[in-house]
Design a binder for this molecule. Structure first.
Ligand code: UDP
Length: 329
């Protein structure tokens, strides 16, 4: 099948492009390079540079390339920024997604895979998070994900759109071939920040909050490898055949790790100390978020190849060792 990967030069999108190729399908990348990296695009893969919100640009691509499925990884994802600039987030994450869906409708492309986030559940009353829990997001970012999820349901019923929603927990790690990995600017994520602190690229890491109701007082998160996430998407391809199919899955390992545990594992993997201090809680952080991945495992035969934080951090460490400045070598 031919897959248009919107945001295919970004962190999760670029890993998905390679997994699509490994599974014998053909990826086509669309990226505007606001956050994507040119060096993450594999040789020989067709690349379109432009905006997913521009129908005059996207519709001919969908038609001429005879795209079977569109995958959408092109959301903005800085929760704090979404609070200070909500219009930016609604414009990119909602309005431009509407235009992308409109282009698909015009072009007769009927299958869509959407990257959502566990943040749609907000501070849930139950843990682990399963798919039937109610939405309860509290940031503009989370709300944009929630809004698109709801819109997809309407599109399925009105136009026969078939979609799969994947709600990621903490996407982490790097492809084991060492060519691509996590490179955000600014970097806000725990694992790359801890690795950079260990490598002396940052003075220290600040642990945000030590008084959470968790075993060691720091937040619990479900770190899941990007290649595992990517393979779940590919497993959904065949399930989208019938018009109006609606699927959603929570993607995490179900095994949470605390901030202090992540620091210890980075120290064990690197053999270096992670200089750190302790600060107040970060606004918007929930004490714990981890998945019940049973539905994806059962329905998609999803196999988690990086089931523990150690193997995930090993892959991330390898990428940071070989690319200390990310893609800007
Ligand atoms: N975290 C931290 N210090 C940092 C960055 C993150 O203590 O400099 C914590 C954060 O409070 C959360 C966990 O690490 O509990 C994971 O944060 P990250 O930003 O990686 O992902 P999120 O869970 O917010 O999507």
């Amino acid at each position: 099948m031919k897959i248009l990967v919107v945001g295919g030069a970004g962190y999760i999108g670029s890993h998905c492009v390679r997994q699509i190729q490994s599974a014998g399908h053909e990826p086509v990348i669309l990226d505007n390079f606001v956050y994507g990296h040119r060096d993450s695009v594999p040789d020989g893969v067709t690349l379109y540079e432009g905006d997913m919100g521009d129908i005059a640009f996207t519709q001919p691509i969908l038609e001429n390339e005879k795209i079977d499925i569109v995958m959408h990884f092109a959301a903005f994802a800085y929760v704090g920024e979404s609070t200070s600039d909500p219009l930016k987030y609604y414009d990119n994450n909602v309005a431009k997604t509407v235009q992308l869906l409109q282009a698909m409708r015009n072009a007769g492309v009927r299958k869509f895979i959407f990257s959502s986030s566990c943040t749609v559940f907000g501070e849930a009353t139950e843990m682990p998070l399963h798919e039937d829990l109610p939405f309860n997001s509290f940031s503009p970012y989370g709300q944009t994900k929630q809004d698109v999820e709801i819109l997809l349901g309407y599109c399925a019923k009105a136009y026969g759109l078939s979609y799969a929603i994947f709600r990621y927990f903490n996407a982490s790690g790097a492809d084991t071939d060492g060519q691509i990995g996590e490179d955000h600017d600014p970097e806000t994520h725990l694992i790359p920040l801890a690795i950079q602190a260990a490598r002396g690229q940052r003075d220290k890491l600040t642990v945000f909050g030590t008084d959470y109701p968790t075993p060691d007082g720091t937040c619990l998160r479900d770190y899941v490898h990007v290649n595992d996430l990517s393979r779940a998407h590919i497993a959904a391809f065949e399930k989208l055949a019938a018009p109006g199919t609606e699927l959603n899955y929570n993607l995490g390992t179900g095994k949470p790790a605390s901030v202090l545990e992540v620091i210890k594992v980075v120290e064990a993997v690197s053999g270096l100390p992670v200089p750190h201090d302790f600060g107040p809680r970060r606004d918007g952080d929930v004490p714990a978020a981890y998945a019940n991945p049973k539905k994806a495992i059962q329905e998609l035969d999803w196999k988690i190849e990086f089931p523990d934080i150690h193997s995930i951090i090993e892959s991330a460490w390898k990428w940071h060792e070989s690319h200390p400045n990310g893609f800007n070598q």
